[in-house]
Design a protein around this ligand. Structure first.
Ligand SMILES: [Zn+2]
Length: 326
């Protein structure tokens, strides 16, 4: 078994070197979209494999590997966000790992192992543990039973309780080198990999996740924002109310970030395909107005919901945006 992604090769070798004496609580930390989840899965499989290869990696063909790949290995337990049904009957992803899930994991590690090898508990995303579930888990993290390995995965390790963090051996995964990530994206059939990678803040899996609908919507929004002098808030508010709040937020937040970067440092970070127009607008923009908009956008990002009157909200935003260039 190789590293799940080419940029993880060194991290993977580093983990494999610890297979004989693995950390009992490992925290895989790093930005979103760099392959931490895949690395954690590969590591769990490797710990459970009953016929590891000479380099210590999972063989992919023993009974344990087959069970793992089928999601049925009895000594593996995953704790993750679950789908919930709302009162209205919609299914939504929960925003926290509940205390019952943590208690199940605690019960699991107190059983004896089925296969007399390791027992692995994966907690992903660990930053979704709430105080109650983190405290429940802490009891077993403090003194893990023999042969038990916890793997915690986190984009935002600072959100973990300090007591949890201090129990874990931390292993950081950074953003991959741009060239390596761009080559991989190109190999996955992504056009314009460099641009997309910049747009995704350097994260290859985030870049890969941008679908063609989102890319078209992004272009539509940016073409509107690129001409503040011609922008008609009423027409655009109506047109853009169909864009998902998440996409809108991502696109606008990066656009404002670029305008600020041009103004303060003279360079575009995300939207390189709009570099010329950003260069012009950045010079023209009022710094205080831009900062106010960016602050508003950051606040919106924390509560991404669909308001009752989306087009009115967009119109108000667009009027404020237009004033930045008056
Ligand atoms: Zn195996």
């Amino acid at each position: 078994m190789n590293a799940p992604y080419p940029w993880l090769a060194a991290s993977w070798q580093h983990l494999l070197a610890t297979r004989r004496r693995p950390a009992q609580a490992l925290l895989l930390a790093g930005p979103c979209g760099v392959g931490k989840s895949a690395l954690a899965q590969a590591w769990a499989q490797t710990l459970l494999c009953e016929a590891p290869l000479p380099d210590s990696a999972a063989c992919g063909s023993c009974a344990a590997c087959h069970w793992f790949e089928a999601g049925t290995h009895p000594d593996f337990h995953a704790v993750t966000l679950q789908e919930k049904t709302t009162k209205e009957g919609d299914t939504r992803m929960a925003t926290a790992i509940e205390v019952d899930q943590a208690r199940e994991a605690v019960d699991f590690v107190r059983l004896s192992t089925y296969r007399a090898g390791h027992r692995v508990v994966l907690v992903n995303p660990a930053d979704a543990l709430n105080v109650a579930s983190a405290n429940a888990l802490l009891k077993v993290l403090e003194e893990p039973p023999l042969n038990t390995v916890f793997v915690l995965v986190s984009d935002q390790p600072r959100r973990l309780l300090p007591t949890i963090r201090s129990r874990c051996a931390r292993f950081d995964i950074g953003l991959p080198p741009v060239g390596l990530a761009a080559d991989w994206l190109t190999g996955q059939g992504v056009d314009d990999a460099m641009n997309l990678l910049a747009l995704a803040g350097g994260s290859p899996l985030v870049a890969q996740g941008w679908g063609s609908t989102e890319l078209d919507e992004r272009r539509g929004v940016l073409e509107g924002l690129a001409r503040p002098d011609r922008l008609d808030p009423v027409t655009l508010g109506e047109r853009w109310k169909a864009v998902s709040p998440q996409t809108w937020h991502n696109v606008v937040y990066k656009w404002l970030g670029d305008l600020l970067a041009v103004k303060l440092q003279g360079e575009v970070r995300f939207n390189r395909d709009f570099a010329d127009v950003l260069g012009q607008l950045g010079k023209q923009a009022d710094l205080a107005g831009l900062l106010a908009l960016a602050k508003m956008q950051a606040a919106e990002g924390r509560t991404l919901t669909h308001p009752l009157n989306r087009s009115l909200q967009l119109q108000a935003w667009l009027i404020q945006y237009r004033h930045v260039f008056d």
